[in-house]
Design a protein around this ligand. Structure first.
Ligand SMILES: [Zn+2]
Length: 208
């Protein structure tokens, strides 16, 4: 069974399709990219397309079809172990962070940002929090948009690796993250022009 990026619900059982649908989506002004996560909570970041916000909503709601989530929904699998490394079960945290294939990409991103070692301990910590005291308000939104972009592209390419045997790692992965994050963030930041060469050499400058 292959799950592919935006179309990840296709091919699943009706039960699973219902369980993967997002909550209330707000895109009325084309600039308010927000999804309600509970009665009183909404996630939003207007620097990335709405599809990224919806993806993050799915992650936070544990509605990404990794083996452990499929297994919880009563669908029998031969194994729930990570098909790439076999070091652990294929959970959402493992696929998006802790698998050595994913961690290698996060380490490259942190190095690009001059941030030292990767500090996130879970997808919740990485994707939900956006209040970094050392960054400006805009900077926190840019960093969150970058993390969300990484997570989205990581998942989009995860199944290509698992089912298609296609390589998405190292410099190729980092370059796609750099290109996509620049394309989305520079198009949506209104009060500051983001320059491609500066973005590549020191993106943190836009955040402090
Ligand atoms: Zn793994």
């Amino acid at each position: 069974m292959a799950f592919d990026g935006d179309d990840q619900v296709d091919g699943l059982s009706g039960f699973l399709m219902v369980s993967l649908k997002p909550g209330n989506i707000s895109n009325s002004s084309n600039s308010d990219h927000a999804v309600q996560t509970s009665r009183h909570a909404t996630i939003r970041n207007n620097l990335v397309p709405l599809k990224i916000v919806i993806f993050i909503w799915r992650v936070l709601k544990r509605r990404i079809p990794v083996c452990t989530e499929i297994d919880k929904r009563g669908i029998d699998l031969d194994s729930v172990r990570c098909p790439l490394c076999d070091d652990d079960v294929e959970s959402i945290d493992h696929a998006l962070f802790f698998c050595r294939h994913s961690m290698d990409i996060w380490e490259r991103v942190y190095k690009w940002w001059n941030l030292g070692s990767v500090t996130n301990l879970s997808v919740n910590e990485a994707f939900r929090g956006n209040a970094n005291r050392t960054l400006t308000n805009l900077g926190s939104r840019i960093w969150q948009a970058l993390e969300w972009t990484c997570g989205y592209l990581m998942w989009k390419n995860w199944n290509n690796k698992v089912f298609g045997n296609k390589c998405w790692s190292g410099p190729t992965a980092l370059m796609e993250i750099q290109l996509k994050s620049f394309e989305w963030i520079s198009a949506h930041v209104k009060d500051r022009k983001i320059d491609w060469l500066d973005w590549m050499s020191n993106p943190l400058n836009y955040c402090i």
